[in-house]
Write a protein that binds this ligand. Structure first.
Ligand code: 1GP
Length: 240
C-alpha cells in the first residue's frame, strides 16, 4: 500500500508529482538504455505504462529493464486485462466513470480480478474521467464512450465525487493521449476543490506552462506521454 500512501502524503504536503507515460508499443527494447537515461535525467516521480491499444507483449521485459536502473514506482495504466504484468509495482485499477459502456465500467475489471488476486501488485482504485478535448482520442474510440462536455465543470465534479463515494482512491481527469486541448483549468480547479482524494491530470499537455497551470489549478500528479515520446529531451530544464 506504499505507492498510494506516498501519493496521498504528497498531496497533503502540496508536493507535486509527475508521471511519464510509456506506451509499450512505442518502446523499442533496442533503445531502452537511452530511454532509461532520459527518464533518470527527468524530474519524473512515477512511471505509468500502458495504453488504449497495446499489442506488444514485451511489457514484462520493458518493465524489467526499467527496474534495473530506475527506482521510481512503475504503475500499470491498462487499456484492458491483457495488459497486466507482475513485474510492475502497482496498477491503476480504472473504471471509466465518464462513459456508459459497462465493459469499461465493470466487465474488464471482473476479468482482471482473478489475475490481480494472484499478483503482488498494489491495486489502486481509480475513477477515470474523460473530458472532451477537441479531437477524437484513442481512449474515446476504443472505449466507445462519449467524453464529458468541455464546458460543464459541474458534471465532472459530480462524476468525480461519485467515484470518491464509491471508494475510488484517485481521480484521473483525462483529455486523452495526444489530445488537441488539455483538460480545462476550471474543471481541474473545481474537481480539486470538491474531492478529498488525489487528482491526476493528463492528456494533451505539451509544454511546461501546461504542466505548471495544471498543478496551480489543483492537479496533484500530471501525466506526460506524447510530449516525452516525441522528444526525449522534453524535460531538460524542468523542475518540479
Ligand atoms: C494519456 O494522460 C495521458 O492517458 C498522457 O497523454 O500522451 O497527450 O501526454 P499525452
Amino acid at each position: 500500500q506504499n505507492i498510494y500512501h506516498e501519493i496521498f502524503q504528497a498531496k497533503k504536503a502540496n508536493k507535486k508529482l509527475l508521471a511519464i507515460l510509456l506506451d509499450p508499443d512505442k518502446v523499442d527494447l533496442k533503445n531502452i538504455k537511452s530511454l532509461v537515461s532520459k527518464i533518470k535525467q527527468s524530474p519524473a516521480t512515477h512511471i505509468f505504462i500502458g495504453g488504449s491499444l497495446v499489442l506488444n507483449n514485451s511489457i514484462d521485459q520493458i518493465i524489467l529493464e526499467l527496474k534495473k536502473e530506475i527506482s521510481l514506482p512503475v504503475l500499470l495504466f491498462p487499456g484492458n486485462p491483457s495488459q497486466i504484468s507482475n513485474e510492475a509495482h502497482g496498477i491503476l485499477f480504472l473504471s471509466l466513470l465518464s462513459g456508459r459502456n459497462p465493459d469499461f465500467l465493470i466487465e474488464h475489471q471482473v476479468k482482471a480480478a482473478p489475475i490481480l488476486k494472484k499478483s503482488n501488485l498494489e491495486i489502486i482504485s481509480t475513477g477515470y474521467i474523460l473530458i472532451e478535448s477537441g479531437n477524437k482520442t484513442a481512449v474515446a474510440s476504443v472505449s466507445k464512450t462519449i467524453p464529458l462536455p468541455r464546458h460543464n465543470a459541474e458534471i465532472a465534479v459530480d462524476t468525480a465525487l461519485a467515484g470518491e463515494f464509491l471508494g475510488n482512491k484517485l481521480i484521473y481527469l483525462e483529455a486523452g493521449s495526444g489530445a488537441k486541448l488539455q483538460v480545462p483549468l476550471e474543471t481541474i480547479s473545481l474537481v480539486a476543490k470538491n474531492i478529498s482524494i488525489p487528482l491526476i491530470v493528463g492528456g494533451g499537455i505539451t509544454n511546461f506552462d501546461g504542466i505548471h497551470e495544471a498543478f496551480l489549478a489543483g492537479a496533484d500528479l500530471v501525466v506526460i506521454g506524447t510530449a516525452f515520446e516525441n522528444n526525449p529531451n522534453f524535460f531538460t530544464n524542468f523542475n518540479l
